[in-house]
Design a binder for this molecule. Sequence first.
Ligand code: GDP
Length: 196
Amino acid sequence: IDFRRAQFVTSAPDIHHLPEDSGMEIAFAGRSNAGKSSALNTLTDHRGLAHTSKRPGRTQLINVFRLTDDKRLIDLPGYGFAKVPLEMKLQWQEKLAQYLEERRCLKGLVVLMDIRHPLKDLDHNMIRWGVAAGMPVLVLLTKADKLKQAEKQKTLRTVKAALAELEGEIVVQLFSSLKGTGREPALKVLTEWFDR
Ligand code: GDP
C-alpha cells in the first residue's frame, strides 16, 4: 500500500454519513492536541492532508481518507479537551463509541499520546476498548523530539509495562512528525494489518 496516495474523501458529522461499511478501515484516535493530524500528514507524506488544529477540540467531524478502493484511514474527533462544554464532550464520546462499536470494517486502532503526557484515563479507555473488541492497537508516543533520548526510552518502557497487563495485541512506538521518527515502523504495522 502506498500511503502517499491517501486522498481526502469526506468529513462526516456522524457514522451515518460515512462511506459504505465495507473494505477495511484503520482509525486514529487521541486527545486533542496529541499530534494526530500531524501524524496523519507525516504518515501519508502529505503536508495538508489532515488539518492541524488551531483551535483544539473544535473539530468534531470524522475525517475519511482513502488509500485504495477498499482501504481507508479514519481521523476520529480528538477527545479530552478541557475547555469545551460538558454537553459537547458527551456528544463526542457518543460519536466515538458509536463508530467504534458499530463500524464493522474497522480493523485496527491507532492511539496517539503526547509522550510528555501518556496514558490519561481516556487514552486507557480507548486502548482497552480496542483490545476488548479483539483489535490490534498501535500506540504512538508523539512529539518524541521533545524529550531526551534517555527520557524517551524510559517513557516507552513505562507505557509498554502499563499496557502489558491488558494482554492485547498492542504495539508501542516512539513517533515524531517534526523529525519523521517512527514513520517507517508505524507504516510497517499498518501495512501488516491491512494485509490480514
Ligand atoms: P491534533 O489536535 O491531535 O490533531 O494535533 P496537531 O497535529 O494539530 O498538533 C498539535 C500541536 O502539536 C501543534 O502545535 C503541532 O505543531 C505540535 N506537534 C505535532 N506533532 C509534533 C511533533 O512531532 N513534534 C513537535 N515538537 N510538535 C508537534
